[in-house]
Design a protein around this ligand. Structure first.
Ligand code: ADP
Ligand code: ZN
Length: 612
């Protein structure tokens, strides 16, 4: 809590915050949820912000950090995340630094020394550092007004990225002479994880802000192609001129796909944990700096990559859970421009993920009970992910419901909603499937069951259901089976050889009585091109070229200079004078000083040429 005169200081703060929002960050107004979180921190109240990737969590603690006295510590799990955040802050003239294992002993000493002398308003720190002697002795003497926990879901064993070192945060806070304001942020928190964050971080009467998870500018779709390579090539053709990421589940797939793309003349590069530090850095920069259009990568790539002009994210393989999927796909369209998120699904992806769960590297920090719980939860999440990949209903509402939000049944703006729909009567097939599974209860898997019903090779000729659905298409039957699994009429066991058994009796009963109508998608038309073109494309291109030139000279990625959204706003507003620049989205005082003249000149030249 803050000392005397707090009330008065707060009022001043409130006035100042809008000024800082404009001058330091270059935004005219807050987005949903931001102001409440900023106000809470300024008023000395703990806070938890749950907002999807791209919603703008950073400002919620960076802005109050500038107004609070002393230092704000930001606990962050990833080195690349810290580096990018600090880089962006420094661009806007904010004194910030990070303390993590990427610094050598000398650099670390120097940074701590600077911190002691009050050089920084924000310090990003890895959770493992908190309880080290050196850091602790610094922290106990410094004036720490706020402690921010980024990616706060890492504290929960129910979450997808459990990090035992996050559990040390509370101990660290206890060791400080004064308790700072605690603020926590995450993009993914199911209700259980949410409770864990509140409890394990011991937030006191926190302001909890949960903004919608919907990312309206993202177009979600699932494809089930025969050949994934061909599907990627087709998509890259449709997405010409946009840059994006293709995620694969293994290093080997990354290598192969990247080779194939390069062979065909695509500017593709690759990223996975098996490459040398040097190559990873190089490739990442090639993508960030727009020298390479396509990044082929494992999930090691992307956390903290705040590239705002990612126009698509393709998943070559299905990820292990929807948390990961939404986070990875969410790297598209961060600046609000329309973007496509395509999942290429095949049944094999489920098997691969199952294998990875069963053979997960033993995290030494976990107790046997913790490990068992983590595995069980991983299996449950994989099932939900598979349901997403196979649902014929709205994809967006599936995601939103998963994260505990209410959603319309159909959004009208995802691959499933815009596909042509046919309704198929599948009552007979469903009944036959239920009967066959009831007979063999828990002994056989999907494939063998379907083959039995079809009377085909690999089936059980001795079954009384042999050939009951002879002549039907196997693909169609598979859809029926998936629908029964989603509805809970059938359940599938875990493990390497999953088997089927009957599930919820009430659901089965209803299907036996009323039959089953299946929503069948016919994705014949290519996905709609959702290009939000700036009004004046020629001007946009010219500003883009200028941005590229400045970025090259400065040695920073283009979006660090201005995002696409800023360029679009420049095209729309056409400022003539310096003061007018500040009304453009994303132009801070520092950036106006740095780049203003050049952009004003470009706008003027363009205007003159046009009027001639
Ligand atoms: P998150 O951490 O929630 O994924 P970021 O903090 O990285 O999101 O912000 C995502 C993008 O939104 C960034 O490009 C940021 O500059 C932009 N942004 C954040 N707040 C605002 C705002 N109030 N107005 C306009 N753009 C904003
Ligand atoms: Zn939809």
């Amino acid at each position: 809590m803050r000392g005397g005169g707090a009330a008065c200081a707060e009022e001043e703060d409130m006035g100042k915050k809008m000024e800082l929002l404009r001058q330091i960050f270059g935004y005219q107004s807050f987005r949903e949820g931001q102001e409440r979180l900023v106000d809470a921190a300024l008023a000395g109240r703990d806070a938890l912000g749950i907002m999807p990737t791209g919603a703008g969590k950073s400002i919620c603690y960076q802005l109050p950090a500038l107004l609070l006295p002393g230092i704000t510590l930001v606990v962050s799990p990833l080195i690349s995340l810290m580096r990018d955040q600090v880089r962006a802050l420094v661009q806007n003239g904010v004194r910030a630094a990070y303390l993590n294992s990427s610094l050598n002993a000398r650099q670390y000493q120097r940074a701590l020394q600077n911190a002691r002398q009050g050089m920084y308003k924000l310090i990003y720190v890895a959770p493992e550092r908190l309880l080290t002697e050196q850091f602790l002795s610094f922290a106990r003497e410094a004036e720490i007004s706020m402690l921010t926990v980024d990616e706060a879901h890492c504290v929960s064993q129910w979450g997808q990225d459990f990090r035992p070192s996050y559990l040390e945060i509370t101990r660290f806070v206890e060791l400080l002479p004064r308790r700072p304001v605690l603020t926590a942020f995450t993009a993914t928190a199911t209700p259980k994880v949410r409770e864990d964050i509140l409890e394990l971080l011991r937030l006191q009467d926190p302001e909890v802000v949960l903004t919608g998870f919907d990312r309206k500018n993202l177009f979600f779709e699932v494809q089930r192609p025969k050949g994934k390579l061909a599907a990627v090539l087709r998509l890259l053709g449709e997405l010409e001129g946009k840059s994006g990421i293709v995620y694969c589940s293994t290093r080997k797939t990354v290598e192969q796909l990247c080779d194939e793309l390069q062979k065909r003349g695509f500017e593709a590069t690759r990223y996975h944990a098996g490459l040398s530090d040097e190559e990873r850095k190089e490739n990442q920069e090639a993508f960030l700096f727009d020298r390479c259009r396509v990044m082929v990568a494992t999930n090691a790539f992307g956390m903290g990559i705040d590239k705002s002009n990612v126009g698509f994210v393709i998943h070559y393989n299905m990820p292990k859970d929807l948390e990961s999927y939404y986070q990875e796909a969410g790297r598209a369209g961060r600046d609000g421009s329309p973007a496509r998120c395509v999942l290429l699904y095949s049944g094999r992806d489920v098997v691969t993920n199952q294998f990875l769960i069963d053979h997960a590297e033993e995290q030494s920090a976990l107790t046997p009970e913790q490990r068992e719980l983590v595995q069980k939860e991983s299996r449950r999440r994989l099932k939900e992910m598979t349901f997403y990949a196979t649902t014929q209903d709205c994809l967006r509402s599936y995601i939103l419901r998963y994260f505990g939000e209410k959603a319309e049944r159909f959004c009208g703006d995802c691959g499933n909603c815009t596909a042509n729909v046919e309704w198929a009567e599948a009552g007979d097939a469903a009944r036959a499937l239920l009967a066959a599974v009831a007979e063999q209860e828990g002994r056989y898997g999907v494939r063998r069951t379907l083959r039995t019903l079809l009377g085909a090779e690999g089936g059980l000729a001795e079954s009384s259901h042999w050939g009951a659905l002879r002549g039907e298409s196997e693909t169609q039957l598979r859809l029926v089976c998936e629908e029964l699994l989603r509805r809970g009429a059938l359940v599938q066991s875990d493990g390497e050889y999953p088997v089927l058994s009957t599930g919820d009796a009430a659901v089965c009963g209803q299907i036996l009585r009323e039959g089953l109508r299946l929503r069948m998608l016919k994705r014949t038309a290519p996905s709609p091109a959702r290009q939000e073109q700036p009004e004046d494309q020629a001007l946009f291109e010219r500003l883009r070229a200028l941005r590229a030139e400045i970025a090259r000279v400065q040695g920073v990625p283009a979006f660090v200079v201005f995002t696409d959204a800023t360029l679009r706003d420049l095209c729309a507003k056409r400022p003539r004078r310096r003061e007018e620049l500040l009304a453009v989205q994303g132009i801070s005082v520092k950036k106006a000083e740095r780049y203003g003249e050049q952009f004003l000149a470009a706008l003027e030249t363009y205007g003159r040429e046009r009027s001639r």
